[in-house]
Design a protein around this ligand. Structure first.
Ligand SMILES: Nc1ncnc2c1ncn2[C@@H]1O[C@H](COP(=O)(O)OP(=O)(O)O)[C@@H](O)[C@H]1O
Ligand SMILES: C=C(OP(=O)(O)O)C(=O)O
Ligand SMILES: [Mn+2]
Length: 529
């Protein structure tokens, strides 16, 4: 089937592949936001300050019908997509548009030439930072194999377009186009590219991953899986390691590579002390500050969460001093799974055997806390998002799970589970794990030192938990002992284990006995009571 192209007027053609400086000028001229005193460009997205996962649709056709995990995705027909595309074209007529021709994927073998068409100059600036910028010579004869069109001003009509609301993210993977309308959140564009690669690459034997990645001085790379807010961006920016990327990578027979060429960091409470690299990158010319409040002196106020808790900064990887130039590295030495456990049950770090790694990869556990989402009570809420990124995984989790399992076995990778969430009690009673402790434990895991430290087997989860490490207060290593009331810990652990078990029931038909047996054991909690 034919790859769709978006028809461009002469205005759109005239705004193709503008540089960052040109895009800042356009954004200022069009009054799309405000220049900060640092030279960053600050914008507000209005109603949508995060992704609209419930407004995403995938075209079901002869090809995708049997390929997509439909329990996780809503279907539309090719005819519905055609109608939407016609209406997007009509909406574009006479408008000034911005076009960026970029690559998704640092490895030339798998690189996807991608065209992004936007209504807003700052959206073009955002995606120019986030994807990989071709060399001038590569732009001659650039033939896009995938297109994302993002029109925040477009309003979908549920009657006409069959949508749930005025917001729409419509993905035609066969004809290689995504249409985004009715939302200003820039993250939709990058995650649309990610979703398509997650569809495309497994058929080529390549494992796409929602993870950050970095490389140690010994050449050993590490990937950090995790849902939003678990620490991918924060922990991958480590001055002692080379940063590959903060969000989207793939593992091919030749090693790992970044899909992107930039980062998209959360800025609420960002400080120069705790996160110097990200702070510096957020305070430079042309960085996009999304829903960050500027003070009277036009300085960003990273403490102000009044627009959203999900305020963001988008910058190219060059803005981080120790970022990789190639975006590529060898096979990972370590796989880390990050969870922000607001129940305070998980230890700060645990060593996983391959079956446990598969169990936790398919579970994709983290927890949300009150305050970050409207309508949430005071109790933490468990989230299980398979492959640590269900909203971006068009195929069945077993596809990604089997690929990962094979790669971990083939390359003898060490796997770890890291809790960046709560210690000393659940959310409300305990406190967030200190970043310093997380980093110390993590670096010992990545260097190989931690694997040789004394460990105990956790009676409930079965994984191995270190009992001591120089530079870390040993009392935080055993979560049960950090709670003032151990029986309350047991009750909370039992609650969490039940949620794990209930969630994993969906996978029993797809995994081997060893993976099934790698989950937490409820009776083991009760035995400890
Ligand atoms: N121990 C910790 N480890 C990692 N992040 C932590 C920790 N404690 C607090 N945080 C905060 O949690 C947030 C993690 O978000 P981020 O790194 O953007 O996650 P992701 O990239 O996975 O969405 C950051 O704001 C960070 O400052
Ligand atoms: C950009 C996003 O990813 P993350 O929060 O994982 O950085 C997102 O979820 O919108
Ligand atoms: Mn991130």
């Amino acid at each position: 089937m034919k790859t769709l192209k978006f028809a461009l007027s002469s205005e759109g053609k005239g705004r193709t592949n503008n540089s960052a400086a040109e895009l800042v000028e356009h954004a200022v001229r069009r009054n799309e936001g405000a220049l900060a005193a640092t030279g960053a460009f600050a914008v507000q997205t209005g109603q949508h300050t995060g992704r609209s996962a419930n407004d995403k649709y995938i075209v079901s056709d002869d090809e995708t019908q049997s390929q997509i995990w439909w329990e996780n995705s809503k279907a539309i027909t090719p005819e519905q997509f055609d109608r939407l595309l016609a209406d997007f074209q009509a909406y574009a007529s006479g408008k000034e548009l911005f076009v960026q021709d970029l690559f998704a994927g640092a490895d030339p073998t798998y690189q996807l030439p991608t065209r992004i068409v936007t209504e807003l100059a700052w959206h073009a600036l955002f995606i120019r930072h986030l994807l990989r910028r071709p060399l001038k010579a590569q732009l001659e004869g650039f033939d896009p194999q995938f297109t994302v069109v993002n029109f925040p001003g477009f309003r979908a009509d549920p009657q006409i377009h069959g949508t749930r609301s005025e917001t729409v993210i419509a993905c035609d993977f066969t004809r290689r186009m995504v249409l985004v309308g009715g939302t200003g959140y820039a993250g939709e564009t990058k995650k649309s590219v990610f979703s398509f690669l997650n569809y495309l690459l497994p058929s080529k034997g390549v494992m796409p991953m929602h993870c950050s990645a970095n490389v140690g001085n010994d050449g050993g790379s590490a990937v950090f899986f995790g849902l939003s807010g678990t620490g991918k961006t924060t922990l991958s920016a480590d001055p002692s390691r080379t940063l590959l990327g903060d969000d989207e990578h793939a593992w091919s027979p030749d090693g790992i590579f970044n899909f992107e060429g930039g980062c998209y960091a959360k800025t609420l409470h960002l400080s120069a002390e705790a996160e110097p690299e990200i702070f510096a990158a957020s305070n430079r010319f042309a960085t996009v500050l999304e829903n960050v409040v500027l003070d009277e002196d036009r300085m960003p106020d990273f403490e102000d969460g009044s627009l959203t808790q999900n305020a963001r900064s988008a910058y190219p990887l060059e803005a981080i001093s120790n970022a990789s130039e190639t975006g590529r590295a060898g096979h990972p030495k370590s796989v880390v799974m990050l969870t922000a456990d607001a129940f305070g049950v998980m230890p700060p770090i645990a060593k996983l055997n391959p079956a446990q790694a598969m169990y936790h990869f398919l579970s994709g556990y983290t927890a949300k806390v009150a305050g970050t989402e409207r309508g949430m009570g005071s109790e933490p809420q468990a989230t299980f998002s398979t492959c640590f990124g269900a909203p971006f995984m068009p195929r069945h989790p077993s596809v990604y799970g089997n690929l990962l399992r094979k790669l971990i076995a083939e390359h003898g990778v060490a796997c770890w589970l890291v809790n960046t969430g709560w210690t000393g009690g659940k959310f409300g009673d305990g406190k967030r794990m200190p970043i310093k402790a997380t980093r110390t434990l993590l670096n010992a895991a990545l260097s190989g030192a931690l694997a040789n430290s004394p460990m105990r087997a956790d009676p409930v989860f079965g994984f191995m938990v270190p009992t001591e490490l120089e530079g870390v207060d040993p009392s935080i290593l055993n979560p049960r002992q950090t709670w003032s009331d151990p029986s309350l810990y047991d009750a909370t652990a039992a609650q969490l284990v039940e949620m794990f078990n209930k969630n994993f029931a969906a996978f029993t038909d797809y995994v081997d006995q060893d993976v099934l047996a790698a989950g937490p054991v409820l009776s083991a909690v009760r035995a400890a009571e």
